[in-house]
Design a protein around this ligand. Structure first.
Ligand code: NAD
Length: 492
């Protein structure tokens, strides 16, 4: 497989276009943006920089396709066939898609293969298989009335996604929205548009009617804002940062009150008790839980809480594991942590490390930029012992930096774990079953892993509480975002 990857890594990429109403086109203004590869800092290609007029065209195409009914009124079984075909095409082109994505955003290929095309194909399949098993309801009314509850597509869905796992997160939104019969306008992140444009081409090849999926690339502050403010979008599903999430809520209030679902950031606590079943395994999984994809994972276990009696020993284990990870060329199958997605992000990560030192945090390993001679953006996995009040213990870095905090007993563990504005993911490591259940109840987060970190599949929802967002991706619950309930009250 490495041979094939090495062939694909040098492929020249054509300038990219917008995908609107089944056609590929440039932005009306003709504006483009350079795509810089984090592997070597060189320009890969360009993407179209859509303006509000392009967004409007895409929304019109989506609405027109919805109203025509070719997709929205197709039977679930007909939609299922197309979605299955999309999944098959993703599988067929998996290696090409994974390499393309890695060149664009720097994720190590071993992870990208599973998390990007692998996950996207399985997500399309999951919702394809599910959609003809979702029933309406008959309400338990009086006998002289029939109360029917219909499930209907909402109409036009806008999906705005980040750069860390564009295909996976894109599919989490597009697949259930399409399965339910909606039209979609997708806005990829500036730094990771290429695989989603390719996905749009595969959707067309699979027979998805024109206008049902549209892709507008470009700057969030321009095309993203235009989507947020558009008067003809019914639902906006977003994954990204808290500040942009707040703006989207404002845009909704200033426009048509479109429903806004937010999957935002986290500062997820990974809590290790001294009675964890296997401390070596816990250290290895905890390191992977923060350092894969260089920490650019929304659910990354970025706060490691360790019981005092094993704190020193366990911190050392995690730091040595981090220091031994194979870093570098993201397109090498053996690499365990690839590149930081952009130079701006790298500088942000490095400044968090500097600030931690300035605030008196104790550096256990890492902290430096590496492989600068490649022109790419790489940073060592970095581990700090911190105090709860330090910046690093509170703010989401979204990079390869782990903060370790000691605790004494369950009560203190919960107090520290929950002392954050976020509530996305978490974990608890213990051999005590009752304690595990108490902690699952006590930690305020969308997911609590027990004796592992980061496991998941399509069958379980992913979503945050507190300022990590609202609504859920994945599982049958994701349909709730893209389906409206309609009551028919029939007097008999
Ligand atoms: P970001 O918020 O900067 O960008 C996300 C998307 O929003 C991009 O497509 C961007 O172009 C767009 N955008 C930017 N400004 C906008 C505006 N004014 N109006 C509309 N759209 C705009 O986030 P990012 O840097 O791409 O991603 C990192 C963040 O995403 C982190 O906080 C991370 O935790 C979060 N994230 C969350 C999850 C989750 O499932 N909860 C998953 C992955 C990433």
């Amino acid at each position: 497989m490495q041979d094939k990857i090495d062939l694909l890594r040098h492929q020249t990429l054509e300038p990219q276009s917008l995908f609107i109403g089944g056609d590929w086109m440039q932005a009306r203004s003709g504006a483009t943006m350079g795509v810089i590869s984090p592997l070597d800092g060189r320009r890969l290609t360009t993407i179209a920089d859509a303006g509000a007029e392009d967004v409007d065209l895409a929304v019109k195409a989506a609405r027109s396709a919805f109203d025509k009914g070719g997709w929205s009124k197709a039977t679930p079984v007909e939609r299922k066939k197309v979605l299955m075909k999309i999944a098959d095409l993703i599988d067929k082109h998996a290696l090409e898609l994974a390499v393309l994505g890695v060149r664009d955003n720097g994720t190590e290929i071993s992870m990208a293969l599973k998390a990007e095309p692998g996950s996207a194909a399985s997500t399309f399949r999951y919702y394809a298989e599910a959609i003809d098993k979702v029933y309406g309801e008959i309400a338990p009314t009086a006998a002289n009335v029939l109360g029917l509850i219909h499930r209907e597509p909402v109409g036009v869905v806008a999906a705005i996604v980040p750069w860390n796992f564009p295909m996976m997160i894109g599919a989490w939104k597009i697949a259930p929205a399409l399965a339910a019969g909606n039209s979609v306008v997708l806005k990829p992140a500036e730094g990771a548009s290429l695989t989603l444009l390719r996905l749009a081409a595969l959707c067309a090849e699979a027979g998805l009617p024109e206008g049902v999926l549209n892709v507008v690339t470009g700057r969030g502050a321009v095309s993203g804002e235009a989507l947020g403010l558009h008067m003809d979008i019914d639902v906006l599903a977003f994954t990204g940062s808290g500040p942009v999430g707040r703006r989207l809520l404002e845009y909704s209030a200033r426009s048509n009150l479109k429903r806004v679902y937010l999957e935002l950031g986290g500062k997820s606590p990974n809590i290790v008790f001294a009675d964890a079943p296997d401390l070596d395994q816990a250290a290895k999984v905890s390191a992977y839980g923060i350092f894969r994809n260089s920490g650019q994972v929304c659910v990354a276990g970025s706060r490691l809480l360790v019981e005092k009696s094993v704190h020193a020993e366990f911190s050392q284990k995690v730091a040595s594991f981090a220091a031994s990870m194979k870093l570098g060329d993201p397109l090498d199958l053996k690499t365990e942590a690839g590149a930081i997605s952009s130079e701006i992000q790298l500088m942000k990560d490095l400044s968090y490390a500097e600030q931690a030192l300035a605030e008196g945090a104790h550096l256990l390993t890492g902290g430096k930029r590496i492989l600068e001679e490649t022109g790419g953006y790489f940073m060592q996995p970095t581990v700090f012992d911190v105090e709860p009040s330090m910046t690093l213990a509170r703010e989401e870095v979204f990079g390869p930096i782990l903060s370790i905090l000691p605790f004494d007993g369950e009560e203190e563990a919960l107090r520290i774990a929950n002392a954050t504005e976020y509530g996305l993911a978490s974990a608890v490591w213990t051999s005590n079953l009752s304690r595990a259940h108490r902690m699952v109840r006590g930690v305020k987060a969308g997911v609590v892993h027990v004796n592992t970190y980061g496991g998941s599949d399509n069958t379980v929802p992913l979503g945050g509480v507190k300022q990590s967002g609202n609504g859920h991706d994945k599982s049958l619950h994701a349909f709730d975002k893209y389906i409206d309930l309609k009551t028919a009250w029939i007097q008999l």
